[in-house]
Design a binder for this molecule. Sequence first.
Ligand SMILES: [Zn+2]
Length: 427
Amino acid sequence: MSNQNYIMEILELKDNNIHFYENCYYKEKMKGFDCKVFEGYLSYQPTHCYKCGTPFDDLFDKHGFITSNIKLPNVSGFKTILRLHKQRYLCKHCNKAFTLKSTLVNFGCFISNNTKWHIAKDLLKKRSEKDIALDNNVSSNTVERVMDSYYDTTRICKNYLPRVLSFDEFKSVKSADGAMSFHLCNDESGKTIDIVEDRRLFSLMKYFSYYSYQSRSRVQFIVIDMYSPYVSLILKMFPNAKIIIDTFHLVQLISRSLNKTRIQLMKKDKKNYNKLKRYWRLLLKDYNDLNFEVWKRFTCFSSLMTESDVVNFILNLSEELKNSYYLYQRLLSAFKSKDKLSFLQILNENHENISDYMKTSLHTLIQFKDFILNTFDNHYHNGFIEGNNNFIKVLKRIAFGFRSFRRFKARIMICKGLISHSKKVNT
Ligand SMILES: [Zn+2]
């Protein structure tokens, strides 16, 4: 292989009209950085005049060179420049000069298409745009421009919705309308379908009205948390869908109210403050999983005890906490064993001397009763969408926040592989 071919291969250049000189490689300091510089020239016979379009003939004269420094992707961690002398021609038909074009760079651009490919590839990773810009020696505006040119961020298919959907929300950017943004996910494949800026009812109604009636009526199950606007939305927009309340949110609802009850008591009972504070996890644990055999020393307690002893001690401090705790445990076991009958029985009973927090939760459970019964019959859950939400949070933290919602959404969709690039990106 000749020198020329080696360089072409190493720098991944595909334009055969670029030729390299004998001593074409040297190092140079540019803006305080050591750069690898490759020097070559671009020359070929043009087919026509770029200014007037006349086909090439004897009236075309070579007219010197123009030099441009073209940014290439880094080689061995060094900034790399191709110093290209481009042949100019003078057309005597129109008396104008023009410069030859190369497939390596777009006309009037100093950033090679290889670098742009590299940026487009980097956009698929969980990285901030600023880091991508630094690594590729370009500005962050260039990264944004590449994102817009390589990925069509506006196109989302509105003709199809899967059989099982799940809804959730997450805190998006400050400039977004509404405090929370809405996240729509396919619950069987776990893939994000779309993200909507505002989760309020009117905005979601408008959004789903873009989908055809056929696609909306195809949806059979929708998993949600206990946010009542979603219920009104589903009843209006999805004629055949059954609402399922996510089990995790059910458990979260009751465990939060038990925790609040404990904290309320903790603030009143200064004597047992530390005990109430330290063993919150044991209270939330399923009663059947508590250890009642192993005797050990617990901090704040003087004698040897088992886990269930600690729980019993704490429960004996307050009647209200005790009743709330037993209600919590019964609900928990009903949710775990998907026991419809005992769940309905708990809701129909008259609960006395339970905390206000627990009463509120019970009221919420009664309000969503019909949908919770659907949960017992089906195995769908919000696991995938919560995982996706976590990914979004990580992406947001890595970027130190996003200013515009459009860009934030585009990044999420690109990283999740939901928007494919419109041009070929080398992988
Ligand atoms: Zn011309």
